[in-house]
Ligand binder design. Structure first.
Ligand SMILES: NC(=O)c1ccc[n+]([C@@H]2O[C@H](COP(=O)([O-])OP(=O)(O)OC[C@H]3O[C@@H](n4cnc5c(N)ncnc54)[C@H](O)[C@@H]3O)[C@@H](O)[C@H]2O)c1
Length: 287
């Protein structure tokens, strides 16, 4: 019989992770109080079902929370999920950076909780950061890693998980410098996109930063690091350029304007398909 997952929070991440499980033969059920989110889930996860309340969801082999990044809410949802999966079964959180210790505080058996940080879209991007507490049930983390590999993901377990884990720390370090260059008038967003996409970007798509630096030569990297680091951005608050855009309601594609203008009706699927082709190429070159 097909295994069953309950996904609480049927928004952006819940939908794409739901598709991933559905494509691998799981029975998928979403729980979300918002009708539009449930409708979106049912439309994009074929064969799924959706309810407004967890009490109506029944039982599952695995449960995953994808609710907004709000500690009180995550805490409440993780504790409620203990009742819908068998004792000892994994209860997963897709938090972007909250700690397990904080989120599992209201659980009777916090040793069942594991962070599985998927990337958007969860059915396209292969990596998943996995964080289990030192008190996790023995074997639980390996069980979750096996489950993720069965979904054709590339999970990496982090024994120590600082805020933002690994990927968000790196993404934010890159964006802090990009925004600093804009704020300093060195280059426009479009110019930075052109330079980064066709230099660091294409390299990074095909190898990790360390493998790439080995290819280029570590001596050169050290020489540049010695004079460059004192000049790099180290501000502790987000760039005013970013804060102003968000303050004016310019949130990027979803609001029609961000660093660029985004006309309505542009097909997000085309970008996803391009991403899948790059991932296939990266997989080929890694094999
Ligand atoms: N969007 C991303 O790129 C991304 C990437 C990785 C991780 N995450 C993390 O994934 C989580 C979800 O993010 P998202 O972008 O999918 O958010 P989202 O706002 O698109 O979706 C969240 C959904 O949760 C629902 N919800 C709110 N309260 C609920 C409750 N009590 N019970 C059930 N559902 C409830 C909302 O109605 C909404 O549909 C967050 O922790 C976020 O940090 C997001």
């Amino acid at each position: 019989m097909a295994k069953r997952i309950i996904i609480v929070g049927a928004g952006t991440m819940g939908q794409s992770i739901g598709r991933l499980f559905g494509q691998h033969g799981w029975t998928v059920q979403a729980v979300d109080p918002t009708e539009a989110a449930r409708d979106g889930f049912l439309a994009t996860v074929p064969g799924s079902s959706a309810t407004a309340a967890l009490e109506d969801a029944g039982q599952a082999d695995v449960a995953l929370e994808c609710v907004p990044e709000n500690l009180a809410l995550k805490r409440k949802v993780l504790a409620a999920l203990e009742g819908v999966v068998p004792e000892g079964a994994p209860i997963l959180s897709n938090t972007s950076g909250l700690t397990l210790e904080e989120m599992s505080a209201d659980m009777a058996r916090p040793e069942r909780a594991v962070i599985t940080h998927f990337f958007n879209p969860g059915d396209v991007i292969p990596a998943v950061e996995v964080v289990a507490d030192k008190d996790a049930r023995e074997g639980l983390c390996e069980e979750v890693m096996t489950l993720l590999r069965g979904l054709e993901r590339r999970p990496v377990r982090l024994d120590h998980a600082p805020p933002g884990f690994v990927a968000n720390r790196i993404q934010h370090a890159i964006m802090r410098e990009c925004l600093h260059l804009v704020d300093q008038g060195v280059a426009s967003p479009a110019e930075i996109d052109e330079i980064v996409q066709w230099s660091v970007g294409v390299r990074m798509a095909l190898s990790g930063p360390f493998r790439q630096r080995d290819l280029n030569g570590l001596g050169t990297h050290l020489s540049i690091a010695e004079y460059l680091y004192p000049d790099l951005c180290d501000r502790h608050d987000p760039s005013p350029t970013l804060a102003n855009l968000v303050g004016q309601g310019h949130l990027g594609k979803r609001s029609g304007k961000g660093f660029y203008d985004w006309p309505a009706g542009e097909d997000a699927r085309a970008a996803e398909e391009a991403l899948r082709r790059v991932i296939a190429l990266a997989r080929d070159s890694a094999d």
